[in-house]
Structures are given as C-alpha cells and as structure tokens.
Design a protein around this ligand. Structure first.
Ligand SMILES: *Cc1c(COP(=O)(O)O)cnc(C)c1O
Length: 429
C-alpha cells in the first residue's frame, strides 16, 4: 500500500472533520501507517514530528509501551459494560485518583469533550431547577471554544465555527476575556463581568471558562488573577464556575490543572483530551457533593440527572487513563516539563526579531508565535503547514498563529528540529 492509493480510497467514502474537502484536490491527505513516540510514519516511511500532540490529546508519545501493556491487560478481562447499574475496577480507581487530584468529590463520565461540556451545562441548570429556580443563561468569555455539539457551540465564541448555526443555539451571554496578562486588562474584564452578573442577577446558571489559555481561540493567554477574580464574582452572585480544562488539564500549562495556578476550586471541572494519554475517547465532569446532593432523593421526586452515552465509562479507556496517571506519579512529569518549557522559551526568542512576528507567548508546554501582515485569504497557516510537512514536522497553525503543543516525551534534539524547522519556514515567507 502506498500513500496515494490509500488517499484515493479514503476520499471515495470519508468526510473529514474541520475540513473543506475540496482542499484535498490539491493538498494530499497523509495516510499514517504507524506512530511511535513523537513521530508519525506514513506508508512511504516518511516521518513527521507530531508537534501538536494529534490535536492536543497525546501526552507520553504514540504507541507508548507502558500504556499499550495496560490496555492489552484490560482487553483480556473486560472491554466494556453498560455503566448504569454496573461498575468496574478501572473506573472506581480512576475516580478515586481524579477526586484526590482535584479536591472534588464526584465524577460523571461521558466519551468526548463536547459531551462533558453538555453535561456540566445541563447539571448546572438542573441544579437550580431542582432548587426551584429557573436560570436560563450561561456566561462564557469572548474568543472561547468549548466544543462543537450545539450546547457547547453556543457557549463558544469562535465565529468561524458558530456563525452558521446562530439561529438554533441556546441563549448565552459573552463577557470579555482580558486582552492580555496585564493587571489593567484583568481589572477591566472583571469589571465587565461584574456588570453583566448584576444585570442578569438570578438568571445565570453558570460561567464557563477555559482556564489560562483559550487554545482554539488562537492560543490567547490571560492571567491567573482573572480566574481568581472570576471565581470570587461567581461566589458573590451564586453562579456556578465551570472550568473547561479539556485542553489545558494534565500538565499542559505547567501545573497538573490550570486552576491550581489561581488557587481556585471550580464547581465543575471538565476533562478529556489528555485524560487517556491520547489513546481512547473518554471524558469526565468532576463536581462537588453539594451539587450531587441536590439530585439525590426518592426516585418519584424526579430530580435525577438522566443523561447517558452508550460508551460512558468504557473500561479500555479507563485503563488508558489509569496508566496515564501512573506515568505522572512515577516519572515526575510536571517537574521535567518545566525544563523543557524553559528550553522552548529560549528557542523561541529568535522569532521575536522577525518583522512578520507580532508576538511570542507561552504558558507551560503551550507556546505560540503570532504572525502579522497576512491577509486571511492567503491562508498563511496552511502554507506553513505544507512547508513544514515537507521538512518532517507536522504543525497546524490556527490562522496566523503557529503553536507548539508537543507530547511531553519530546527530547531536546526533537525540540530543536521542531522549532528550527518552523523558524526556517517562517523567516523565509
Ligand atoms: C477540544 C475541546 C473541547 C471539545 O472536546 P471534543 O472531544 O473535541 O469534543 C472542549 N473544550 C475545549 C477547551 C477543547 O479544547
């Protein structure tokens, strides 16, 4: 089998995500035969550094020996079981560990990030309903992204994904994200939030935020002080605080969870992506006993949370998640990442001197280089993507923002290759 043959067979029957399929008349789809560590290998044995962790999911490399073994072990005992009325060892263990890590008490599972967001929104609304209050509004930040299902899309604010569906989305309110990390920007955004909360007093169920980094929103970054201030405002106005750590959780921002940097504990925390080390679809919403108890009563009071997905709590996915947490415990990952993110920061310095670079920004293992001076119609990101692929580096810019979010197993030589390649391309544009 070669690349071209497999691509032709693919195009005959497959509609790819987040893609204008006509692009593939001129841009090849790359069939991947195998992957190991940070490398993807195609059917002609070309290799590519996976600089964006296959859409931010992979933590410890592709085909990781330890995670492979743990999934194989689980496969011999139980692959999946209905999760209403049944449980299994992997998910019990995983839930104990997630609660210990986050300081929250209850886990509700789903099978992808968007579904976790739906669960958190529904739970927050339902909590108030069970308490005899109807609060139809959710608040989110401008430039936010929370997924693609209708509820998640409605709380998001990336025009490209949302605009088309405007007429069929639930009611949401947006409050400005701080425009940068300065105290002035933080204070201005908090003042706007307070005004909105006051205007809609008693009508808002929850505020949902992506802590510290709005990843899909062009890797926009803001101060932990804003998170702390937002949590305080939520408490003052009796509004739930939903932390969507789907992208930033599991060490991406330099701490296990981004909320830790603000010293806050959310009412709901959504996790997915890195949860299984990038192996299998799984998501979870963590919440408190206080929330749980509002739904806890005799069946005929009809206050139960009747939400489910067929693959909720999949045992193989939970085995991958436990293996991922084992690696965090055994290998001092957060500490080692600090050395790597410092190294990345140093390597990015030279971008700042390029005339076509507007800003370089970084939070932990997420680093972004924002370019300037290109008309969106030029699709400069796509051009960079193609040039880098030719040089063995897979990078997938968001518009004019080139970013690095590599698997944590990337070594210093691979960081050199990844960043030097992008520099070569960006400086030659
Ligand atoms: C990716 C992402 C989601 C959606 O997760 P899916 O598994 O793609 O549905 C939600 N929120 C954030 C912050 C994300 O980055």
């Amino acid at each position: 089998m070669d690349n071209a043959t497999l691509m032709a067979r693919d195009l005959a029957h497959i509609w790819h995500p987040c893609t204008q399929m006509k692009d593939h008349e001129s841009i090849p789809i790359i069939p991947i035969k195998r992957a190991k560590g940070v490398y993807l290998y195609d059917f002609e044995d070309n290799r590519y550094i996976d600089s964006i962790s296959s859409w931010w999911v992979n933590l410890f490399g592709h085909s990781n020996d330890y995670i492979n073994a743990k999934i194989a072990e689980q496969l011999e005992t139980l692959e999946h079981v209905i999760f209403a009325g049944f449980t299994h060892e992997q998910i019990v263990r995983l839930s104990e560990r997630l609660c210990a890590l986050t300081g929250l008490q209850k886990c509700f599972y789903a099978d992808n990030g968007s579904s976790a967001v739906e669960v958190a929104l529904k739970m927050a609304f339902h909590f108030f309903k069970n308490a005899g209050e109807v609060r139809p509004y959710f608040v989110s930040l401008t430039n936010s992204y929370h997924g693609e299902t209708l509820g998640a899309l409605a709380v998001g604010d990336v025009e490209l994904y949302k605009e088309t569906y405007e007429e069929i989305l639930i009611q949401t309110l947006q409050t400005p994200v701080p425009k940068d990390r300065s105290p002035e920007a933080t204070a201005a955004a908090l003042a706007a939030m307070e005004e909105l909360f006051t205007k809609y007093e008693g009508k808002i169920s929850a505020l949902i935020v992506e802590p510290l980094v709005q990843c899909a929103g062009y890797m926009h970054m803001y101060s932990p002080d804003f998170l702390r201030g937002a949590k305080e405002l939520c408490e003052a106005h009796n509004i739930f605080f939903i932390a969507d750590e789907i992208a930033v959780g599991f060490g991406r921002t330099g701490t296990m969870f981004a909320c830790e940097q603000a010293g806050i504990k959310p009412d709901f925390m959504c996790l997915s992506k890195g949860l299984t080390g990038g192996y299998l679809p799984l998501s979870v919403v963590l919440t408190s006993d206080r929330v749980y108890n509002m739904f806890y009563c005799d069946y005929n009071e009809f206050k139960a949370f009747l939400h489910s997905h067929s693959y909720t709590g999949n045992a193989l996915a939970c085995a991958a998640a436990n293996a991922t947490l084992d690696i965090f415990e055994q290998e001092n990952v957060i500490e080692k990442n600090r050395t790597k993110s410092d190294y990345i920061a140093k390597k990015l310095e030279k971008f700042k001197e390029l005339p076509n670079v507007k800003e370089v920004r970084q939070t932990g293992m997420i680093a972004a280089v924002e370019l300037q001076g290109y008309d969106p119609k030029m699709r400069i990101g796509l051009r960079i993507n193609q040039e880098c692929l030719r040089r063995g580096v897979f990078i997938r810019p968001l518009g004019p923002v080139v970013y690095f979010m590599p698997p944590y197993v990337i070594d210093f030589d691979q960081i050199d290759t990844m960043i030097d390649t992008v520099y070569e391309v960006v400086s030659s544009l």
